[in-house]
Write a protein that binds this ligand. Structure first.
Ligand SMILES: C[S@@+](CC[C@H](N)C(=O)[O-])C[C@H]1O[C@@H](n2cnc3c(N)ncnc32)[C@H](O)[C@@H]1O
Length: 283
């Protein structure tokens, strides 16, 4: 049976701390406050149902499972997993404006204003932590890995949805906006980085599963995403780089009216498990 909270204890267990007790320097994330209301317009092409099913399969979710979406943003994936499984879902995000969008969509999920570096959930409670397109925004990744290990039950799974460097190098969007690729390669953790974050704190059997889902997007959709900076990758672009990419997309549009561009959803799931034998740190 699904368990939900609005205020107060989560799944019958008191939270460890409230939203105002985050360490200084952490909290709402710049850039996301400004785009929170428009954020979902840039995510229409994602196969949420597929990722929810894949998470359920990899983490063996069932009606008893307690799942956290870490960095849930506007709740797209927390709600997708809630719809696609019988697990009880909770979404956590430090940016109140993003979380406000999630809260407005559904009360079927419990929403927490908090940071990954300080998950307010007691040790050993969660069956799965899912996290989509978040780790490149996290300030203290080692600390967050440690928190994930603490909050998971022995044998619990961490499922990270990210883009590998190899996938970034082949992304079609960068053929139009090449100047942002080098920045993305600096910002996104590599697979070796993930192995280190999770291996160092004691996760076992860390796997990288690579996917390419066929996807077509109209040039007008990509232009809107770029101009409104709906994907954070567009934040550092220069006016000239933006102008050049938009002009090329407009040229394509004029030459191929109504024809979308193939821009596959290339994703890597990093899956790590908390060892069954490791005693959790008690708080
Ligand atoms: C690109 S959005 C992804 C949102 C959602 N997971 C999705 O895939 O649509 C990144 C989110 O990570 C959140 N975030 C940034 N730093 C974080 C941290 N330290 N802990 C948890 N979430 C964080 C941001 O507030 C933002 O909502």
């Amino acid at each position: 049976m699904k368990r939900v909270i609005d205020e107060g204890p989560l799944w019958g267990v008191e939270l460890l701390w409230g939203p105002h007790e985050v360490p200084s320097g952490l909290g709402a994330v710049r850039g996301f406050e400004e785009i929170a209301r428009e954020y979902d317009r840039g995510r229409r092409g994602e196969a949420v149902e597929f990722w929810a099913k894949e998470t359920a399969r990899l983490a063996h979710l069932d009606g008893e499972s307690l799942v956290l979406d870490l960095g849930c943003g506007t709740g797209i994936y927390a709600l997708g997993i809630a719809r696609g499984t019988s697990a009880s879902m909770c979404g956590l995000d430090p940016t109140a404006d993003m979380l406000a969008q999630a809260k407005a969509k559904s009360k079927a999920v419990s929403w927490l204003n908090a940071v990954g570096e300080r998950i307010p959930i007691r040790s050993g409670v969660l069956d799965c932590i899912f996290s989509s397109q978040v780790w490149h925004h996290i300030a203290d990744r080692e600390g967050t890995a440690e928190e994930c290990l603490r909050a998971l039950r022995p044998g619990g799974s961490l499922v990270i949805r990210t883009i590998s460097h190899e996938q970034l190098r082949r992304k079609v969007v960068f053929t139009y906006f090449p100047e942002i690729l080098s920045h993305q390669l600096e910002v996104y953790p590599s697979m070796e980085d993930f192995d280190r974050y999770f291996g160092d704190v004691g996760f076992a059997s860390i796997e990288h599963l690579s996917y390419a889902l066929e996807r077509y997007q109209l040039p007008s959709e990509l232009i809107e995403i770029a101009e409104r900076r709906l994907w954070s990758m567009f934040r550092p672009i220069t006016p000239e780089g933006l102008e050049r990419g938009v002009s090329e997309l407009r040229r394509y549009e004029a030459g191929h009216p109504g024809r979308p561009i193939r821009n596959d959803e290339t994703i890597t799931l990093v899956v790590a498990r908390k060892p069954k034998e490791t005693p959790s740190i008690c708080r």
